[in-house]
Design a protein around this ligand. Structure first.
Ligand code: GTP
Length: 601
């Protein structure tokens, strides 16, 4: 296919607005998959994705569709066939880096909005990601079969918030099939073809990678310029490693070897990579011995999102945008990653940390093995060994966000049978000592209370949160955000019934229980999304929990000074209920250094 007959697009939506269902319908409509394969959502492949109904790893699928431009054209021949690459993006933006990389390979996006729920927080985030990536946006009002659907209201919201013309929107039901016949013609007619040059030296964008038991490391790539053939030798711009391409083709939706990928195509390659750690999302691959400019890193802001899964747990998401200030603060920790930006990919930035320990101390080796195998497929988790007097030998793990952490835990348990204890999640704080040195603290227990080295200043990461709620809940949400040390940045209405608010909040305040609380005070109607903001100076203290005078390292936390008293009291009261009765007295104390804030016996 010449590139003018190729279209690369993705589907973006707020959680549950019907993205995966729509993708399935398009695959069925083009005959790529058969109706009712028994697997309700074809593109979501991991078990955890099926169970939670979320997309974690981006998948791609290629389909073919015949189409004649313009109506009324009488054509005796078959209409020309187009090659359409649907690049699935994770809906939850723990994986926002994957989203922005996926979007970098697209020229257009279908923005799916639920006809009853209307614009939600992630719709806003996704719209701006696509808009900043200069994509052609096709608005799709989905679920019009629902009795509460109100497409006109949603069209008005899209117009007032994003200036999207109601005439450009398509009304669909991915459930009944209504309106779906207009989707692919709109993709072909409105979305530009990929702009690359077929005569230029090969440049491919690495979109995703995973480890397959039989084939080894499989990379999904978008060919930006030039062409790739089986047997070619390729190099990575990030690592300078060279590989031979053993197999190349596209996903239709299973592997379809073609021996070649041309300009504008999206497909898979199998080369001699030993681990997915060598395949860095966002990297540029080129022919060995040819010198090319690496593909640019998109400057799109990266968003984090909180959402609720079926079990009602709340998760947070992740952030990537890096402001100059932030680089300044982190320069000593992240020089390598900032340098890495210059070759077109950005390594994972870990925003949530927790300790992982085997539930039974003797299982350490088994857990170690399970973690090694799982990180083969998820190179974005950082792992270091740590030990705790309370819990024994274990690991300190860094995650992109709370959802990412939870998915990792669940996969460890489900796929590797590991039984684990994890400590309360914490965020990366920065502390400055009287001798001028700065440290990033990922484990509160390691924050030194050495009197010779006084803490002189501390910083904590913050986020800019977007909250959309029915107007009657505005008061309750304002109260919640101010309790969580939030600062209101914006407050407006998207229509007569819905308020839109922006807050700056400390990340720490939202990773623990914010979304649950937000949902409960708004009867489930709030939608929430956040993006990275700067670090801010903060008054932080280390709160120790002591049992019979001995600090329990696994329970140490870092809290804001003003909240220490309350958090300490709550913790000791909870512990009193949890610790079994003994024949002797046990004192439970919360303390900052030598100062005891709360005590129970
Ligand atoms: P994530 O993968 O979690 O981001 O969700 P999603 O946006 O892919 O949503 P999904 O396709 O999983 O759909 C969510 C729910 O809405 C499912 O129960 C679908 O069956 C249902 N659904 C999807 N499209 C329609 C529709 O047009 N009408 C109705 N009534 N329900 C729909």
């Amino acid at each position: 296919y010449p590139s003018d007959r190729i279209r690369n697009f993705s589907i973006i939506a707020h959680v549950d607005h019907g993205k995966s269902t729509l993708a399935d319908r398009l695959l069925e409509l083009t005959g790529t998959i058969k109706r009712g394969l028994g697997q309700p959502q074809y593109l979501d492949k991991l078990q955890v994705e099926r169970e939670r109904g979320i997309t974690v790893k981006a998948q791609t699928a290629t389909m073919f569709h015949r189409h004649n431009f313009g109506s009324g054209v009488t054509n005796t021949q078959d209409p020309p066939s187009f090659l359409l690459n649907l690049i699935d993006t994770p809906g939850h933006v723990d994986f926002s880096y994957e989203v922005s990389r996926s979007l970098a390979a697209c020229q257009g996006a279908l923005l799916v909005v639920d006809a009853a729920q209307g614009v939600q927080a992630q719709t806003v985030a996704n719209f701006y990601l696509a808009f900043e990536s200069n994509l052609t946006i096709i608005p799709i009002i989905n679920k019009i079969d629902q009795p509460t659907a109100d497409p006109d209201r949603v069209l008005a919201q899209l117009k007032s918030m994003f200036d999207l013309d109601p005439k450009d929107a398509l009304l669909t039901s991915a459930k009944t099939g209504q309106g779906l016949e207009h989707v692919l013609p709109a993709v072909i007619e409105r979305i530009p073809h990929p702009p690359g040059k077929s005569s230029a030296p090969l440049r491919m964008l690495l979109l995703d990678s995973y480890f397959d038991e039989y084939k080894g490391v499989i990379c999904h790539v978008a060919v930006v310029d030039g062409a790739l053939h089986k047997g070619d030798k390729i190099s990575s711009a990030a690592t300078s490693q060279t590989y031979e391409v053993f197999d190349v083709g596209f996903m239709n939706p299973e592997f379809k070897p073609t021996g070649v990928l041309m300009t504008g195509q999206v497909g898979y390659i199998v080369s001699g990579m030993r681990s997915t750690k060598e395949a860095r999302v966002g990297d540029t691959l080129h022919h060995a011995r040819s010198i090319v400019e690496p593909l640019p890193v998109h400057q799109a802001t990266n968003h984090g999102t909180l959402f609720e899964d079926f079990s009602g747990t709340m998760y947070s998401l992740h952030l990537f945008a890096r402001t100059p200030d932030f680089v300044h603060f982190l320069s000593s920790f992240e020089v390598a990653s900032v340098m890495a930006d210059s070759v077109g990919f950005r390594p994972a930035k870990h925003m949530v940390f927790s300790g992982l320990y085997p539930a039974d101390g003797s299982d350490f080796e088994a857990l170690n093995h399970a973690i090694e195998r799982l990180t083969c497929n998820d190179a974005s988790v950082s792992i270091t060994k740590e030990s705790s007097t309370a819990l024994g030998l274990g690991f300190r793990c860094g995650f992109l966000g709370l959802l990412h952490m939870d998915v990792f835990h669940q996969r460890l348990e489900q796929e590797y049978g590991a039984c684990i204890i994890s400590t309360t999640p914490t965020v990366p704080y920065i502390f400055e000592y009287s001798d001028g040195s700065k440290v990033q603290v990922q484990n509160p227990a390691t924050l030194s209370s050495n009197p010779g080295k006084r803490i002189t200043k501390c910083w904590e990461p913050t986020v800019t949160a977007t909250i959309i709620i029915p107007s009657e809940y505005v008061g309750a949400v304002i109260t919640l955000c101010s309790e969580r040390r939030g600062e209101q940045l914006e407050y407006s209405y998207i229509d007569s019934q819905r308020a839109f608010m922006k807050y700056r909040l400390p990340l720490r305040e939202i990773v623990v229980d914010f979304y649950n609380e937000l949902k409960s005070i708004t009867s489930g109607y709030a939608s929430f999304d956040y993006e990275d903001a700067d670090y801010q100076v903060s008054d932080l203290v280390k709160l120790d929990i002591l049992l019979n005078g001995q600090p329990v390292d696994a329970m140490a936390t870092i809290v804001h000074n003003l909240k220490a008293q309350r958090v300490g009291r709550e913790l000791v009261e909870k512990l009193k209920k949890f610790i079994d009765r003994q024949m002797f007295e046990i004192t439970i104390q919360a303390a900052i250094g030598a100062k005891v804030l709360a005590r129970e016996t």
